[in-house]
Design a protein around this ligand. Sequence first.
Ligand SMILES: NC(=O)c1ccc[n+]([C@@H]2O[C@H](COP(=O)([O-])OP(=O)(O)OC[C@H]3O[C@@H](n4cnc5c(N)ncnc54)[C@H](O)[C@@H]3O)[C@@H](O)[C@H]2O)c1
Length: 336
Amino acid sequence: MINVGIIGLGYWGPNYLRIFSQLDGCRVAAASDMDSKRIENFSKNYPSVRFFTDFKKMLTEEVLDAVVIATPTTTHFKITKEVISRGSHVLLEKPLALTTKECQSLVDLAQKNKKILMVGHTFIYNQAVGWIKNYVESGQAGKVYYIHAQRTNLGPIRHDVGALVDLAPHDISMLLHILGKEPVSVSAFGSAYLHNVREDVAYLHLEFKDGTMGHVHVSWLEPRKVRQLTVIGDKKMIVFDDVNVTEPLRIFDKGVTVSKEYRTFGEFQMILRDGDIVSPKVNLAEPLKAQCQAFIESVKTGKKPVSDGVFGLKVVKVLEAALKSMKSGGRTIKLS
Ligand SMILES: NC(=O)c1ccc[n+]([C@@H]2O[C@H](COP(=O)([O-])OP(=O)(O)OC[C@H]3O[C@@H](n4cnc5c(N)ncnc54)[C@H](O)[C@@H]3O)[C@@H](O)[C@H]2O)c1
């Protein structure tokens, strides 16, 4: 039985309290939030869990094999460092930390202490994303020209980080996971309208060595909730719509073939293909539950999680370059 502790019971943390309380092979022994009102809300429904307002006290008084951290992004580095140093495995919400330097130091610390460090890149554990990855890797989509992702809504607005750092980790993690490679350059544009401090909207552009392109649009200042990822391959086109519960995935047998027969130099014939649209059946299991199961499995077996610290660092590398680019008016930042 794995003893789990949770730090942070704001908007997202209670999902972990619910899921780890139901999972086989583990029990939530303790949970902490510095806001005592948050604790009052949960202590009645979880009588077997010990609640603390000071997470350090929780780490001292409880023997915790694993700790889940769902606190604001700006606190990730300090809290994770403390937890790993005190001897627990960690599942930490995205993004791993604010800088690649901090990420590298957490990766090194986890390795030195022989602890699992997993980042909550939930979309990696989404069945639809796994389906797309397998489809692309099997070659059925053909050569991937580009992927674009859109994540917009009105709110929730954060006060510790901008929309890019808050929202884009989801899309960057999907892009890196599906393509299985890292970009060679990053550029980004964004604007801060509400507070004039951090961006409310950002457009991120990634380039890969083989010419594949990635594009991410994030905003918490839009009227519609859109969560879409589109993969354009030369054989098939794929649309993942995370707010469409009945048909989250659609495969379009659409494309353009360039005919090799032409009369004069430069006069190519473009043959448009407009075939079937297929909506494959995808198991709609809760991605966060699959992520938590993968974490428990890693804690038990020592197996490296897919979204381990190194993966989390790759995501932050892109974020860091994007922030740098944004500050310099969209300059291209080389990554390798
Ligand atoms: N994977 C996802 O889809 C997803 C969705 C939402 C949020 N998140 C991530 O989850 C994390 C938390 O986001 P949120 O929306 O729940 O934020 P939130 O502000 O609603 O909640 C954070 C909670 O952490 C508590 N806290 C802060 N410092 C603490 C400390 N030192 N000790 C104990 N408690 C402390 C706060 O009191 C608050 O209750 C962020 O990293 C965010 O990026 C992920």
